[in-house]
Design a protein around this ligand. Structure first.
Ligand code: ZN
Length: 480
């Protein structure tokens, strides 16, 4: 029997984390963990309230001698992304996560671990639980549905909060102190189509085995997007053969770079040879073009034989292909203050049938103005092609052009405590700080967290030693 989670240090932190691994808390299923937090507070005589979104707020008064210090809001999210390996049988609605210790890491057996953001919750609970840690008045805010559009934070009523100093514990790199993040929106560009039946040779074209990645934090890697590659292939094919598109399906997540797309098409019989040749040479040139970022890139074309296929009209098809090629994708603008992407786009999911299509582009920017401009560009393009446009799930950027005194002292404190560097950065992804900064005027927020890797995957792992440093750091941060 190996080392148990509850044997680890800081002991209270890992005890609470271990307790959290036994409570189901996939996004949308947070009732149990929310009730657990309310019960935690009531057992300790702490004032707590739970709202209709299952967000929980726990108040803990300042300890003796700290009554005059500034109130601190500490925040983390309850929900986790639940993913399992194909061969793992688990019902995330009721089964626990099997976490285990592996050297300096905590991992889970065949599933995501939920250190994002369970360790944030555990760190805060350990402080709320303590009787010997000195701290100012704490307003602990635990939110829901972060992973699926920041639902809890968006619904949260901030009117009862008094603090202006805000510590979010949902970052994944110990040597980063985050002071800004991107806003975003999902845009649907869609249209109904005229359909028709066309006779010829039917093919299934597949582009897959791309590297993919997070559409925000990994967009700067320049890896291929299967939806975009397919659009590019269609453009080539249109110049070389008479063909029509029956169906198209690419991507499963709006915030992931699309790794696989497939389409069913029909080609005039006598052009089959040149059609196949065109795909073959496209495959070769893409393999070479993306040899560094996507070494496994694969373009396949399967002959399904002669037949009649229901397809979209030629006019609708040319619009669809034009939009796939013209809609923004990838890095749109770099930051003026750091080597960071400021504005980007990702064509995450595309679906097409003979009677309609939908191209979903997710846009991000660390500047709200720049995000507005990107939305305009997509809308203008939709208007120019006379197709529909709809934006949804917009969230604001957490903009920061200046480093606050609090962030600066937090940086100096870390460097003094551990004799290591910590960089003040902004990230090209979303954080709940954006929502709270918009709702609370003059909020002075930072986001921190211990080292973890491969979150949202079954390889998720948390560093134990980093968690221990983060704990010590947090205790000193509360005294700043
Ligand atoms: Zn998170």
């Amino acid at each position: 029997m190996g080392e148990q989670l509850t044997d680890l240090k800081p002991q209270k932190v890992f005890e609470f984390f271990s307790e959290l691994t036994r409570i189901p808390r996939g996004s949308g299923n947070e009732r149990a963990v929310s009730d657990f937090l309310v019960e935690f507070a009531s057992k300790r005589g702490l004032l707590a309230y739970q709202d209709e979104f299952n967000n929980v707020t726990i108040l803990k008064p300042a300890t003796t001698g700290m009554e005059d210090a500034e109130t601190v809001i500490m925040q983390a999210h309850m929900d986790m992304v639940c993913v399992a390996d194909d061969d793992v049988k688990i019902d995330f609605a009721k089964d626990p996560i099997e976490a285990y210790v592996d050297g300096d890491y905590v991992r889970a057996k065949g599933t995501s671990l939920g250190a994002d953001d369970g360790i944030g919750i555990a760190l805060i609970l350990a402080i709320l639980d303590s009787e010997d840690i000195s701290h100012p008045m704490i307003e602990a805010v635990f939110t829901t549905d972060e992973e699926v559009g920041l639902g809890g934070a968006n619904g949260y009523d901030v009117s009862r909060l008094k603090g202006k100093r805000f510590i979010n514990i949902d970052s994944e790199e110990e040597n980063h102190l985050v002071i800004g993040c991107a806003g975003g929106i999902r845009c649907d560009v869609l249209s109904k189509c005229k359909n028709q039946k066309v006779e010829g040779n039917i093919y299934e074209i597949t582009i897959n085995s791309l590297t993919g990645g997070h559409s925000g934090t990994e967009i700067d890697k320049g890896s291929a997007n299967a939806n975009v590659l397919m659009g590019r292939l269609f453009d080539l094919l249109m110049k070389n053969a008479e063909f029509s598109i029956g169906t198209f399906s690419g991507g499963t997540k709006e915030n992931a770079i699309c790794t696989s797309a497939s389409a069913t098409v029909v080609v005039k019989k006598k052009q089959s040879k040149s059609f196949e040749k065109c795909i073959k040479s496209f495959a070769e040139s893409m393999k070479s073009e993306y040899r560094k970022t996507d070494p496994d890139l694969n373009v396949k074309c399967k002959d399904k034989g002669k037949g009649k296929l229901e397809v979209m009209s030629t006019k609708d098809m040319s619009k669809f292909v034009a939009l796939l090629n013209l809609l923004p994708n990838g890095v749109a603008k770099m930051s003026q203050i750091s080597e960071m992407v400021e504005t980007s786009a990702n064509i995450g999911i595309v679906t097409a049938k003979p009677k309609n299509y939908n191209i979903c582009v997710s846009l991000r920017s660390n500047k709200n103005d720049s995000l507005d401009w990107m939305i305009s560009r997509v809308e203008m393009l939709a208007n120019a092609y006379n197709v529909q446009f709809a934006g949804r799930c917009r969230y604001s950027a957490w903009e920061s052009d200046e480093v606050s005194d609090f962030a600066r002292s937090a940086q100096q404190l870390y460097m003094k405590m551990f004799d290591r560097d910590i960089d003040i950065i902004t990230i090209h992804a979303g954080l709940e700080c954006a929502v709270f900064s918009k709702k609370i005027k003059g909020l002075d927020a930072i986001s921190i967290g211990p080292d973890m890797w491969d979150v949202h995957t079954t390889g998720e792992k948390l560093s134990i030693s980093s968690t221990e440093r983060e704990w010590k750091y947090l205790l000193e941060l509360l005294k700043l």
